[in-house]
Each structure stands twice: as structure tokens, then as C-alpha cells.
Design a protein around this ligand. Structure first.
Ligand code: NAD
Length: 305
């Protein structure tokens, strides 16, 4: 099966460098008209420049594609709205949104200023929220939309010095889970990408030899599967160095403790059963958990009636 985006319009945030640049070039090569968004700041989010985004647009145009650059700061809703308005004026639709823009402000939590925590949340979480909000009604009206969040192993599993980044990266998964439910009836699918790649974000963390193995294009090959017409929904795809995996959230079947026995000690004694992964399952939505527990309680009541 060939993946094609001909006739589609894609917005890629943070597309001046690294992964976003690679995503934008690949989407354009596969036929999409691409909005190359980038604020053009430094790795820590300071400053601004249009040079990187302009260069990506030029490469796309030289290859015969269509693209324009927009310097919106994704953390600023008015700027994001302007980008989406310009896209609608020019091309009349938005099929794909890749929420990729990001920064780092690493420090241990003990040393971290709240301002550095807030800024990272503003860019990663609120940036994704702002861009999604600005295209959501358009995608609903079109009855078509594909949105990708960029999460991180630092959020899903933790990483020293990245409480701010990890919290924001995990938050976009929570955002995705409910968007999936609310977007379903309008054919809007939302997935997440957890990349590992050699970019300016990671250049001082790994040796040159390892960085050479972590090409952004390997991640982009995975990204493309998350935003085409037959894309999955609610998939967390991890990609790096040619390895591809999926992170999934399971809940154990759990244990039931009747009202007259409910106490910390009773929960403690049931911990092996509570944590037993034998009958674990993926829950389709939050209320499924309440339903499961109520069924256990009802079964206990019925057995003792
Ligand atoms: P990068 O620094 O090379 O690229 C990020 C781009 O986002 C830059 O061009 C930057 O100018 C732009 N940007 C930053 N703040 C912005 C804002 N407020 N508005 C618009 N644009 C903004 O980094 P990258 O490694 O390509 O990261 C891309 C995404 O992948 C990020 O969300 C990052 O957190 C995530 N990620 C990367 C890795 C990795 O190994 N590189 C791992 C996990 C997650």
C-alpha cells in the first residue's frame, strides 16, 4: 500500500529543524501542501527567526511542492489562529496537524524555577492544545482530520532533570485520549509519536557514533503511518534508529474487598492479586474502570443476597 497525501493540507509545527523538518519534507514529497510552522528560537525557546522555516519551504518548492512558512509561537493562540486563517485563505482546508514544536529547560526539580516549568508546559501542552483548537472545527466540518501529538519516553517513563518536559509530554497523551472519543463521529483520528532522533535537542546527550544511527527520517517513516487516510486511532508509536514499538496502557483485572473489610491492611494483603497482570486489559475510556469496579461490587452483592 502506498501512502499518499495528494490534495491534502498539512500543518507541521516546529518544522524548521530536526524532526519537524523531516516530517514536513516527507509529507510534501508525498503530495501534501505544507504549512511549515516555526518560531525559530533556540533550543530553550529563547529568540525567534524565520530562516530555518524559509529554507524548508524553499526545498519543498524546488522539488515542485507547495508550502508556506508561518512563524507562529504555538504557545500563543492569536498567532496560531492567524496561521490557520492564512492556511484556510490559501488552501481552504486542513487535513493533517502534526504537533511537533518543542523546547527543553532541563534542571532537577529542586533547582527548577517555576517559570521554566510553566514555559515547557506552555509550548508542549498548550502549543498542542492551541493548534488543535484552531483546526478542530475545520476538521469537524470537513468530516476528516488526522492529528499527531509528539510525546516522549521522558514523559511515559521519566528522565532525570525533565519533570517539566515529562509532565507536558505525558499530558498530550491525556489530551489525545479524549480527543479520540470526541472526534470519532467526524472521522478525526488522533495518534501519538514517541521519537528518538539526533537533533539539536539531543546532540549533547549522545556520542557522535550513536547520533549517526538516530536519523530523523527513520522517525518520520513512522509518523507518516499515523496521519494518512487509513491511520489508526489512539496509537502511541515509538520510533528511533530503525526500531518501532508501541506503548500501551493496561489495567489489571484487580481484586474486590467488601465494605466491612475495606482498610489499608486488606488492600495491602491483596496487592499480589491487584497487581497480577494475567487478566489485564486496555480500557477504551475512563468510565470503563468505574463499570468494572461496580460489576465486582454487584457480583459480591448478588453472591451474598
Ligand atoms: P528541535 O529543537 O530540532 O526542533 C524543534 C523545533 O520546534 C525547532 O525548530 C524550534 O524552533 C521549534 N519551536 C520551539 N518552540 C516553538 C514554538 N513555541 N512555536 C513554534 N515552533 C517552536 O527538536 P526535535 O528533536 O526535532 O523535537 C521535535 C519534537 O520531538 C519535540 O516535541 C520534542 O520534544 C520531541 N522529541 C524529540 C526527541 C528526540 O530524540 N529528538 C525525543 C522525544 C521527543
Amino acid at each position: 500500500m502506498t501512502i499518499n497525501f495528494t490534495g491534502q493540507v498539512a500543518i507541521v509545527t516546529g518544522a524548521g529543524n530536526g524532526l519537524g523538518r523531516s516530517h514536513a519534507l516527507e509529507l510534501a514529497a508525498r503530495g501534501a501542501k505544507v504549512v511549515v510552522n516555526d518560531l525559530g528560537g533556540a533550543r530553550d525557546g529563547s529568540g525567534a527567526s524565520s530562516a530555518a522555516a524559509d529554507e524548508v519551504v524553499q526545498i519543498i518548492k524546488e522539488a515542485g511542492g507547495e508550502a508556506f512558512a508561518h512563524g507562529a509561537n504555538v504557545a500563543n493562540y492569536a498567532e496560531v489562529e492567524d496561521m490557520v486563517n492564512q492556511t484556510m485563505e490559501k488552501w481552504g482546508r486542513v487535513d493533517v496537524l502534526i504537533n511537533n514544536a518543542g523546547i527543553l529547560r532541563d534542571k532537577t526539580f529542586a533547582k527548577m524555577d517555576l517559570a521554566d516549568f510553566q514555559l515547557v508546559v506552555d509550548v508542549h501542552l498548550m502549543g498542542s492544545v492551541n493548534c488543535t483548537k484552531a483546526v478542530w472545527q475545520i476538521m469537524r466540518d470537513q468530516n476528516y482530520g488526522r492529528i499527531v501529538m509528539t510525546t516522549s519516553s521522558s514523559g511515559m517513563y521519566g528522565n532525570f532533570g525533565q519533570t517539566n518536559y515529562g509532565a507536558a509530554k505525558m499530558a498530550v497523551l491525556g489530551f489525545m485520549n479524549t480527543l479520540v472519543l470526541e472526534g470519532a463521529k467526524n472521522n478525526i483520528r488522533v495518534n501519538a509519536l514517541s521519537p528518538t532522533a539526533a537533533t539539536r535537542m539531543t546532540e549533547d546527550l549522545l556520542s557522535e557514533q550513536l547520533l549517526a544511527m538516530l536519523q530523523p527520517e527513520a522517525v518520520t517513516a513512522g509518523l507518516i503511518t499515523l496521519c494518512h487516510e487509513d491511520a489508526p486511532n489512539r496509537l502511541i508509536l515509538c520510533a528511533g534508529a530503525g526500531g518501532y514499538a508501541s506503548t500501551r496502557l493496561f489495567e489489571t483485572e484487580g481484586a474486590f474487598i467488601p465494605a466491612e473489610e475495606q482498610a489499608g491492611e486488606a488492600v495491602l494483603s491483596k496487592m499480589p492479586e491487584i497487581c497480577d497482570t494475567d487478566r489485564q486489559s486496555e480500557l477504551a475510556s475512563g468510565p470503563s474502570q468505574t463499570e468494572k469496579f461496580l460489576k465486582m461490587a454487584a457480583a459480591h452483592l448478588a453472591a451474598n443476597a
